[in-house]
Design a protein around this ligand. Sequence first.
Ligand SMILES: Cc1ncc(COP(=O)(O)O)c(C=O)c1O
Length: 173
Amino acid sequence: MIYADNAATTCLSPTALAAMMPYLTQDYGNPSSLYAFAGRAKEALERARGEVAAYLNAPAEEVFFTSGGTESDNWALRGVAEALGKRGRHILLSAVEHHAVLHTGQWLQKQGFQVELLPVDDQGVVRPETLAAALRPDTILVSVMLANNEIGTIQPVAELAAIAHRGGALFRT
Ligand SMILES: Cc1ncc(COP(=O)(O)O)c(C=O)c1O
């Protein structure tokens, strides 16, 4: 079988499975508890956090693990809205975001935010000039996915992030 929906879900890599096996079968203690068994899980968790942080060139305390995509989307979008809602109420989402993002945008709209969708070109790409024209002084957040889960387009996120940052908005991908 050729599975053509690998952008939505994919087979766990054998390397990742092997790395996780000890924590699925032996050191599976609650990392937030105090006993020694839990301490081993905590150590592994903090080691993983450090490795991800080094890979992203970010401080370890800025790396959070969540249960999945929808939770992360909600956390990021609602978190920014709550933190910066006094500074601005305008949020830009690409029109091709995952529904977990679009539905969170609809929820934010009900809370009084102005949520605008950035259109894509005939290749499914958010053009940098489209973002530049849509940014406003009260834009607090721009959200554009890196790779589209349905048509596979790769967005120019580095360029888009630079434009958002120049305009004083946070960029989320
Ligand atoms: C941006 C985004 N949000 C949410 C999801 C849904 O993920 P989950 O089932 O982990 O909530 C996906 C799945 O591909 C996604 O790409």
